[in-house]
Design a protein around this ligand. Structure first.
Ligand SMILES: [Cu+2]
Length: 288
């Protein structure tokens, strides 16, 4: 029976390691590469941690296999049914406390740059964002918001507020509070591609989570807070925008689209949105 358990406990780690080796070629970890440059760095962190845990897993399973194998061979005073007792080893216990502490410290320091760039507002790629805004806004002051849209989670949809245009057709900056000129959309977020862009994330009721899986962007929308979130896409495309927080019975309805497009197409979209929003059905030409 001892040999049965020895073999039983060794089979599953071997199956797990074989599955891990097959997984990358089958796309089981990630279905596709991230379209966001920062997302690819997050993927890299994932793989670094995966390799560390794989090596630790193989090491501990080999140790377990060795202990089971030795235990299966030993008997106490000729009685094969009795367990063999060991009182442990002090030097081994010190080693397996210090080594994990060093590994955790390495992971904590190794991911700091990505974390800071993702979450700390001072580390945001401000220059690149300013570049996009300067091309979109003819009139712009340094105090104006870096955000191009405000995204609000609400049971059960994503409400998007864009800045509108002034009387001369110039795009206005996004104000913290709603303006009469603002433009609105639901469940379709459009932003320029190719450069970092920022949104202000809010919640109008419960806690939601703004999730762009293709970009590896996930941020909770918390009632009472305005949270800046930035991301970028390499090229124009259509991506899923989900809510990743179980926020109520209609949580599944918060399945929206994020469309990244050229800056010209983004401005064209805003102008069409304005035309559709201002259409009174009588005096103006019908919107496209
Ligand atoms: Cu939600």
């Amino acid at each position: 029976m001892k040999w049965f358990w020895c073999i039983f406990f060794m089979v599953w780690p071997i199956v797990a390691v074989v599955l891990c080796l097959i997984a990358p070629s089958q796309g089981w970890w990630f279905y596709s590469e991230s379209v966001n440059p920062l997302g690819r760095r997050i993927d890299h962190l994932f793989y670094v941690i995966l390799w560390i845990t794989t090596i630790v897993f193989i090491g501990t399973q080999v140790g377990l296999g060795y202990a089971l194998f030795r235990g299966a061979q030993k008997t106490d005073a000729g009685d094969a049914s009795k367990a063999w007792h060991s009182h442990g080893r002090h030097d081994l216990e010190v080693a397996w406390s210090i080594i994990p502490a060093i590994i955790l410290l390495f992971i904590a320091l190794y991911q700091l740059d990505v974390w800071a760039e993702y979450r700390v507002t001072d580390a945001f790629p401000r220059d690149k964002m300013e570049g996009v805004l300067k091309r979109l806004h003819q009139v712009r002051t340094p105090k104006d918001s870096l955000a191009l849209a405000e995204v609000s989670g609400r049971q059960f949809e994503w409400r998007i507020r864009y800045p509108g245009f002034d009387a001369n057709g110039n795009l206005l900056p996004l104000m913290p509070d709603p303006q009469p000129t603002d433009l609105y959309a639901v469940n379709e977020l459009r932003l320029p591609s190719g450069n970092p862009v920022m949104i202000n994330l809010r919640s109008l009721d419960v806690q939601h989570s703004f999730f762009l899986p293709d970009l590896r962007v996930k941020q909770d929308a918390v009632p009472g807070l305005v949270i800046p979130v930035w991301f970028a896409t390499d090229s124009p495309g259509s991506h899923q925008l989900l809510c990743a927080e179980l926020c109520g019975w209609g949580h599944y309805k918060m399945n929206a689209r994020f469309i990244s497009e050229s800056e010209e197409d983004f401005l064209k979209f805003l102008r069409e949105l304005q035309q559709a929003q201002n259409f009174d059905g009588v005096t103006q030409a019908s919107p496209p």
